[in-house]
Design a protein around this ligand. Sequence first.
Ligand code: 5GP
Ligand code: MN
Length: 368
Amino acid sequence: MQYIICNFAAPDRAEMNFISNGDIRRAASMLAAAENVAIICHVHPDGDAMGSSLGLARYLTALGKRCGICLPSPAPRTLDFIFREGDCTTIDASLHKEQADGCILGADLAVCLDLPCIRRADGLEEAFRQARCPKLLIDHHLNPAREDFDLVFSVQDISSTCELLYHILQALPSCGVECSDGKAFPEPATDCLEALMTGMTTDSNNFANSTYPSTFEMASGCLSRGVDRDSIISHLQQEYREARFRLMGYFLSEKMRISDYGVAYAVLSAGELERFGTEEGETEGFVNIPLGIGAVKMSIFLREEGSVFRVSIRSKKGVSASRLAGESFNGGGHEQAAGGRLDIGPEIPDAAAAERYILEVTDRYFGK
Ligand code: 5GP
Ligand code: MN
């Protein structure tokens, strides 16, 4: 008997979409045996990375396990609302590397969330590789590095890691493996579901993309068990600072260009970001806006940060953002939502050079 997430899909899709009962039982055995769990997500954590990390931590904490969430870099302040009193320790490894390494090396289970390979956890890679404990991956990106893990849940036709984790947690109570002496795993509680619903909402852009029947199934399950969606939406969409919208106006009216091939692009320099007093997370969503223009097929947004330009790419169906990210921006991601980075150096010294580079690589990408 398989636990099927998408039993409505065409046979070839269903094939890709199931989680086997065997894998659920293996995950259950790993979770049951663990006392100290290190949870690791990707650098520049977004709603999905934070939501899945906190959701898992809340589920395991309720089972009496000790958890530590190791973030390779800080979470944006726009996600502060997601934390609750009583949540487990969250360690920002960019400030407290020794503590994060200690958490990973002292764990008897390491769970990586929302990353396909441990390189995406930046400075935490070394401790992760040194750790001798069992390792579990739950992710929705292409090409997971299976060799680095004892068990991998990888599904691409799904909204988010939060959704995948939801379906796994849902399957635990009836999987036949005991959580502790004679007891089955419990259903996830509302605080866990709230975190998962938050990450699913951000990764699906509030049900605008990557939304499957299983996504609505999850939403329905969360709402019927007390998750306050209105509150999540209000935290996510109605609590920004004014500075974000001033910058957004500047980005759209002064910075965005559209190439002959329908590529909208904009580069914000460190000076411009500073002028508007921009904080981490406050340009979230900018890259999606130009896709609202009929003639635009792809949107590329760069912002200068230290010695790199961080790159965000979004595309309409039929155009691969992840291929361009891989080929020209040292990155990757999903078919329609990808990212990467450009090093600032002799070849690309400033924002103007980055704009020229974008034009050059996208003209080549579409012109062929
Ligand atoms: P965002 O534009 O929201 O920062 O990132 C969109 C998606 O692109 C992420 O969910 C992630 O899958 C991918 N991504 C972003 N930055 C990088 C990167 O530096 N390397 C890789 N491999 N993927 C990235
Ligand atoms: Mn994600």
